[in-house]
Design a protein around this ligand. Structure first.
Ligand code: MRU
Length: 326
């Protein structure tokens, strides 16, 4: 991805440190975080310095490389990295790749990330074939380059369509509670020069009913063997509404997100995060200082599942690096 005139990946390794774009600060600031211990990489994944299924996988595999370089026990490092975030299957895919492949530590991790970026580029190539000039697409959360090594999953078709001279418009769900849509997707689309408009999550039903959406494309954190899809909380209701209003609902995901050992959506572990993500909001104050404000009364208990499961019957197709599966 090109940011401030420079090519970046979301995660990489440099001078023995795992480096990553600090996604907690975007769009207000752009900083690179870097870590020299597996514990710090685990913390970065848990606290969402890096997030998005393929990007979590990339951070995980560089964590393994770091473990080997610093002489840590690999089995122990695997366990600690694996338990940082339970839903995205890409993490296991990446950690297993590390253990089952040949080459030096950084070489193995770099190769996995090259392959991961290429999978996303191909999702863009296949997905762009479905997009016509003037189409209006709704997306949820952030499944762009930041969420992957590069290119994105749900946003990759829009980038490729734009490169082919097609003008598409993207409706961006804000995606409470962490607002990955408002903070990251809107910013990525601005950087890419792709037409977009942000909406509050509550407005999506009204929008889908109004005829202003031609297609929904979202990413995925895990796809079960029966085709059920876990993705960011709030995806399910968009899928149900899309079916009600006859709007195609596509999931864009690389093979690393498919979990053949998980029979159905009921078997996908759903991460629950802290109450404060719901009771508070975080952003840039008018005074230019990062600010956290409490919205609910002090101590209000909250329910905060990070993902939901969309049953396969609501999914029109899955755009993968090999083409679109119905
Ligand atoms: O909690 P997050 O921000 O890691 O959740 C991310 C999502 O749900 C994305 O839609 C998903 O990982 C697909 S990313 C290409």
């Amino acid at each position: 991805m090109r940011i401030r005139g420079r090519e970046y990946r979301s995660v990489w390794m440099e001078d023995g440190r795992v480096c990553m774009i600090d996604q907690r600060l975007i769009p207000h600031d752009f900083k690179i975080a870097s870590y020299s211990s597996v514990d710090r990489v685990c913390e970065a994944i848990s606290t969402m310095v890096v997030r998005g299924a393929p990007a979590i996988g990339a951070a995980g595999i560089y964590g393994m490389a770091l473990a080997e370089l610093t002489g840590e026990d690999l089995e122990d490092a695997y366990k600690r990295l694996f338990t940082t975030r339970p839903t995205a299957h890409d993490l296991k895919d990446a950690l297993d790749y590390y253990l089952n492949s040949e080459g030096g530590p950084v070489e193995r991790a770099d190769r996995y990330c090259d392959e991961s970026a290429e999978r996303c580029r191909m999702i863009g190539v296949h997905g762009a074939e479905m997009l016509d000039d003037g189409m209006k697409i709704l997306t949820h959360c952030n499944a762009g380059a930041l969420a992957c090594v590069d290119w994105g999953t749900a946003l990759a078709p829009m980038r490729v369509a734009r490169d082919r001279g097609k003008d598409v418009h993207v409706w961006v769900d804000e995606t409470r509670p962490r607002c990955q849509g408002a903070r990251l997707t809107a910013w990525e689309l601005k950087e890419e020069g792709i037409s977009h408009k942000l909406l509050s999550d509550n407005a999506a039903g009204y929008l889908l009913a109004s005829g202003a959406v031609d297609m929904v494309i979202v990413g995925a954190d895990r796809i079960a063997a029966n085709g059920d899809v876990a993705n960011k909380i709030g995806t399910l209701e968009k899928a149900v509404l899309a079916k009600e209003y006859g709007i195609p609902f596509y999931v864009a995901a690389p093979s690393s997100t498919f979990d053949p050992d998980c029979p159905s959506g009921e078997d996908i572990p759903i991460e629950e995060r802290g109450d404060d993500e719901v009771t508070h909001m975080f952003g840039m104050g008018e005074n230019g200082v990062f600010t956290r404000v409490r919205v609910a009364y002090e101590g209000c208990p909250a329910f905060n599942p990070a993902f939901d499961v969309t049953p396969a019957r609501y999914v029109t197709g899955v755009i993968t690096e090999e083409g679109t599966r119905k």
